[in-house]
Write a new protein. Structure first.
Length: 557
């Protein structure tokens, strides 16, 4: 093998480098082997990534057993659930690009021969994938795994139930004691949030797109099998290095279409739109927001899972895992099984090992999907010329027309919901929460959970230039683009303006004459940056439209 790491470790002139590495226990023999970077997103601020430190040790065991030398390094992680509804939530999407940058920078600095990235919480997964696609060296993604369901009496719980319980408590539907009981029992241990929220959506994407080995992501984080999965990933990366299998070899246009189909079929998070667009840019693959509409419309919904369904991510594992979802897609002609994966095998070859648990109810039969079309809808119109995103799983009605209730930040909308000031029929508009305007495009699970908890989920629409959690359910439209600070029409909507949404036409419009919109913009002043120094100011200066993935490298276009 021709090893990149030899530039760092071999030859007379590299004696100082070897001397420093020997100081921490590496030997000449270690340094002659392929050097595998172990990029870890372990952090002690959330359950999602909590076990990754231990799993990294198992990955390293697998690397050593396969003839490599692992070197572990850390990057960051921001918990969406912990920071939700606060100023801290602005750090979440920003962290995606910082994670990608830090993995890319570390690997370029040390010239690793391969990488294994351990991920769990929402932005760590696409962040890792973006970094790997930029580097284009042999790489494997290992998802830490889902949390197990919580339990209170006979009811199983997820973090979604806590957010909705906050709204129910504010509406007087449950007591403080009942809220506390739900809070205390919803999250029983380590693991990422337990529905088809953003983490499990992106874990599904990584197996189907081929960057994560099949049969690895579905295993819950606390399951003893996760140790074996981690060792296996150590072997897979060594095989990938030997065979020079690189991320851009895997992540072709076909692979991205397969990934979008997996989001549609699983009722996945709207965040997948942002993340797959960003990944495609780093992969050099042409992908457009309209592609999500096309693929979702032709892909049935098969997964009965929270937030809109019945089951949990751990139930997917018990049913047959993410590969069973992939099998439905391939068998139905909704995905291309000839696409290559990081193991060197095609999806079809990997799917030969799928075992469906008899009688399972989680992943519906090929001929009996939950819906004939997938879970994502891209809406465009006078209110969102570049597009907006709606997750349609669990939504019965096909249209809504109602008066706008406008708020210039999430906290004000949350206060109005909790004070009972939002009425049936209203369209709650939250603006200046986009990639630049927020900055960071905050998720709105607090507000959406409060709306659902207050019993308004069937009668109120929320739309924003910000984002939603994968745990969000209901008639909630995010990623409205252009965002308000970028002269998007959402900026000039006023209380009482009629907003019309038609899902069958994929349209979202404000019922204003073009000359009225033009006149309002003539009197509109772009607000100043909310941050003028530090990482948020840098992000505002660099980030592009959510319709193109909210990437910080849009200036290359």
């Amino acid at each position: 093998m021709s090893l990149r790491s030899y530039t760092i470790t071999q030859g007379r002139d590299r004696a100082p480098a070897r001397s420093m590495l020997k100081a921490i226990g590496f030997t000449d023999e270690d340094l002659r082997k392929p050097i595998i970077g172990i990029a870890n997103t372990w952090i002690e601020t959330m359950p999602c990534n909590y076990n990754l430190r231990a799993l990294a040790e198992k990955v390293k065991e697998g690397v050593r057993a396969a003839g490599g030398t692992p070197m572990e390094f850390n990057t960051i992680a921001i918990s969406d659930g912990v920071t939700m509804g606060t100023e801290g939530m602005k750090a979440s999407l920003v962290s995606r690009d910082l994670i990608a940058d830090s993995i890319e920078l570390t690997a370029r600095g040390y010239m690793f021969d391969g990488l294994v990235t351990l991920v769990a919480c929402d932005k760590t997964i696409p962040g890792a994938a973006m970094g790997l696609l930029r580097l284009n060296i042999p790489s494997v993604i290992l998802y830490g795994g889902s949390i197990m369901p919580g339990k209170l009496g006979d009811k199983l719980l997820s973090i979604q139930d806590v957010f909705e319980a906050v709204g129910a408590n504010a509406a007087g539907k449950i007591t403080d004691a009942e809220l506390l009981a739900i809070e205390d029992h919803a999250c029983p241990g380590p693991g990422a949030c337990g529905g088809q929220f953003t983490a499990n959506t992106m874990a599904t994407v990584m197996e189907v797109i081929g960057l994560a080995p099949m049969f690895t992501a579905s295993v819950p984080q606390v399951d003893p099998r996760k140790d074996d999965v981690s060792r296996y990933c150590g072997k897979v990366i060594m095989d990938a290095v030997k065979n020079d299998i690189k991320p851009r070899d895997i992540c072709t246009r076909t692979a991205f279409e397969n990934a979008i189909a997996s989001v549609a079929a699983s009722g996945g998070s709207t965040n997948a739109v942002l993340h797959l667009l960003a990944m495609a840019k780093d992969a050099g693959v042409a992908l457009d927001i309209d592609d999500f509409q096309t693929i979702s419309q032709r892909t049935p919904l098969y997964l009965d899972i929270k937030p809109a369904g019945k089951y949990f991510a751990a139930d997917v594992d018990a049913a047959g895992g993410i590969p069973l979802i992939a099998k439905r897609l391939v068998d139905g002609g909704y995905a291309d099984g000839s696409a290559m994966t990081v193991t060197g095998k095609t999806i079809n070859e990997e799917l030969a090992a799928v075992v469906e648990t008899p009688g399972q109810q989680v992943i519906k039969p090929l001929d009996a999907p939950i819906k004939k079309t997938g879970g994502l809808l891209i809406l465009k119109g006078s209110l969102a010329p570049e597009g907006s995103v709606l997750k349609v799983t669990g939504i019965a009605k096909k249209s809504h027309r109602g008066p706008a209730r406008c708020f210039n930040r999430e906290e004000d909308a949350m206060a109005a919901v909790q004070a009972g000031k939002i009425q049936a029929g209203d369209v709650v508009v939250i603006r200046y929460e986009g990639p630049k305007g927020g900055p960071g495009m905050r998720e709105m699970l607090g507000v959406t959970g409060a709306i659902m908890g207050a019993g308004l989920g069937e009668d109120v629409v929320l739309l924003t230039d910000g984002r939603f959690s994968g745990a969000t359910r209901g008639f909630m439209i995010g990623h409205v683009a252009p965002e308000a600070v970028d002269h998007g029409p959402i900026a000039i909507v006023e209380d009482g303006d009629i907003i019309s949404i038609d899902l069958e036409k994929s349209s979202i419009d404000v019922e204003l004459a073009p000359e009225t919109i033009e006149a309002r913009f003539a009197n509109w002043t772009k607000p100043p940056w909310k941050y003028t120094n530090g990482v948020f100011a840098k992000y505002i200066a660099l980030v592009g439209s959510s319709a193109k993935g909210a990437v910080t490298s849009h200036f290359e276009e």
